[in-house]
Write a protein that binds this ligand. Structure first.
Ligand code: SF4
Length: 196
């Protein structure tokens, strides 16, 4: 007997009008037919809602990140679904897992291959401070080799914590002045890491 044909059509019409969220407008002045604001605010708004993360996962925290990307937690909701595996295309380095001292130069090399502006997130106790591995072979925090913008605590951090860290990165990105990367303070920071 022939099986009935089934169509992949949901019978209930999706009601999406209340489920679309819009980003808040930056501060500015508006009048009839115009709106003015700072260039930094507009650039920050665009950047923070279109981050391209570069996952650098070496151990268990990487598994939590996989859960963060999957459908239940869905990092894509924050405009960051496009993971990049080429540092040259990414603007957020997410280091997740134990980093052995031998891996330190590799983390730095990946960071150097990323174009400005770039941000760094240390995910979990190991990336932030070496975690439980207070040993001769483990780097006691990636901030020994690259500047870090946000640290996510936990061993491992739950996906909610990673999302929280990502939202904090978005706050930084949204509020950053477009001139910051040319400032003496930023150049001095990079120089302290031996980066020109
Ligand atoms: S912080 Fe904990 S869970 Fe994350 S890589 Fe280190 S040991 Fe694994």
């Amino acid at each position: 007997m022939a099986r009935p044909v089934r169509f992949n059509v949901h019978p209930i019409q999706a009601d999406i009008k209340d489920n679309i969220s819009l980003v808040d407008m930056p501060e500015g002045y508006s009048g009839e037919g115009f709106f003015t604001t700072q260039l930094s605010s507009v650039v920050g708004l665009a950047r923070k809602n279109s981050m391209w993360p570069m996952p650098f996962a070496t151990s268990c925290c990487g598994i939590e990140f996989m859960a963060t990307m999957a459908s239940h937690y869905d990092l894509a909701r924050f405009g960051a679904e496009r993971l990049g595996f080429s540092p040259r295309q990414c603007d957020l380095l997410m280091v997740m897992g134990t980093i052995a001292k031998k891996m330190g130069p590799i983390v730095k090399q990946v960071y150097l291959q990323m174009a400005e502006p770039r941000w760094v997130m240390a995910v979990g106790a190991c990336a932030s401070s070496g975690g439980i591995f207070d040993t001769y072979s483990v780097l006691q925090g990636i901030d020994q080799v690259v500047p870090v913008d946000v640290y996510v605590p936990g061993c491992p951090p739950r996906p909610e914590a990673i999302l929280d860290g990502f939202i904090r990165i978005q706050d930084l990105v949204g509020k950053e002045s477009i001139r910051r990367r040319n400032s003496d303070q930023y150049k001095n920071l990079l120089q302290s890491y031996g980066i020109q």
